[in-house]
Design a protein around this ligand. Structure first.
Ligand code: ZN
Length: 80
């Protein structure tokens, strides 16, 4: 598993965010598209659904953000 460099996240068309699927116990990078602000608690702020490579589409309740994912999200949402 490799970690994408996040040199200029605001220019990326699609972000990779690291998740942990609660059902498959799988950690994976999901392509979530554009991340919108503000992030609502019960709604994923992502353009694309989260797609677990093993189990398919997942909603936020079915995955955890890993520490890596939280960092990626924080960086993506930083003001330019
Ligand atoms: Zn899964």
């Amino acid at each position: 598993m490799s970690i994408m460099p996040l040199s200029s996240p605001h220019l990326l068309e699609s972000m990779l965010i690291n998740f942990h699927c609660r059902q498959c116990r799988l950690v994976f990078d999901a392509e979530v598209g554009e991340i919108t602000m503000p992030a609502e608690v019960h709604r994923p702020p992502f353009e694309h659904p989260i797609r677990c490579p093993h189990g398919g589409s997942r909603v936020m309740d079915q995955v955890w953000l890993t520490e890596v994912g939280q960092t990626q999200l924080t960086v993506a949402l930083l003001p330019p």
